[in-house]
Design a protein around this ligand. Structure first.
Ligand code: ADP
Length: 189
């Protein structure tokens, strides 16, 4: 199920001409969903508004259409949920819950600071899914900054060890689609 998905974003609704750094064929290969069957991690990296969540969602929609189970969340909500379950003594149960979907999409890594202990909880989930289920992750921060994002360089290294082993990294270099009508406000690039 697509969890708490507000608006449906599709590949058909994505304007590839707006984002020339993005390899359209690569995205359509991902839409064939081989990465789901191979239990890989797909990373969308880039500045805000460049379509990372849109593409993550659109691939989730393709997976649902193919009959796969998909869960969509963002990092802050996911960690909040794991932390609540830990307080209730049900962490392992919650981790098993998040291991069930064939594809887990974790949006918005890097926007909000991760709460104390949150990186460790996320690591336990990533480790449990490692080589057992696919993930899509979106982040506005490069991997080198994950130590800061998670407030813990050791946890960040352990996370990246799992999340980059069988991985596809899609880096988007471009300007925000949200600000496209305000070209005069955009930095030159
Ligand atoms: P990000 O996750 O990178 O911050 P989003 O995917 O949330 O960006 O995109 C911001 C908004 O712009 C969304 O409404 C999204 O559907 C739209 N959008 C972004 N890029 C494109 C694009 N290339 N074609 C069509 N819509 C886009």
């Amino acid at each position: 199920r697509m969890g708490r998905l507000a608006t449906i974003k599709t590949l058909a609704g994505f304007d590839f001409t707006f984002q020339p750094s993005l390899d359209r064929d690569r995205i359509f290969t991902l839409a064939q969903l081989g990465f789901v069957d191979r239990h890989e991690a797909v990373h969308f990296l880039g500045p805000p508004g460049t379509g990372k969540s849109h593409l993550a969602t659109a691939l989730g929609v393709e997976a649902v259409k193919a009959g796969k189970s998909v869960y969509f969340t963002n990092l802050a909500d996911l960690i909040g949920s794991l932390a609540r379950s830990e307080r209730e003594g049900r962490l392992q149960e919650r981790i098993r819950f998040f291991c069930r979907p064939s594809l887990l999409i974790v949006d918005e890594i890097g926007y909000l600071p991760v709460v104390q202990g949150g990186g460790n909880l996320f690591f336990q989930l990533v480790n449990a899914r490692y080589e057992r289920g696919a993930m899509i992750l979106t982040s506005n921060r490069g991997f080198a900054e994950w130590g800061d994002v998670f407030g813990d360089p050791v946890v960040a290294t352990a996370l990246l060890d799992r999340l980059l082993h069988h991985a596809v990294v899609v880096q988007i270099e471009g300007s925000s689609y949200r600000l496209r009508q305000h070209a005069e406000l955009m930095p030159e690039h």
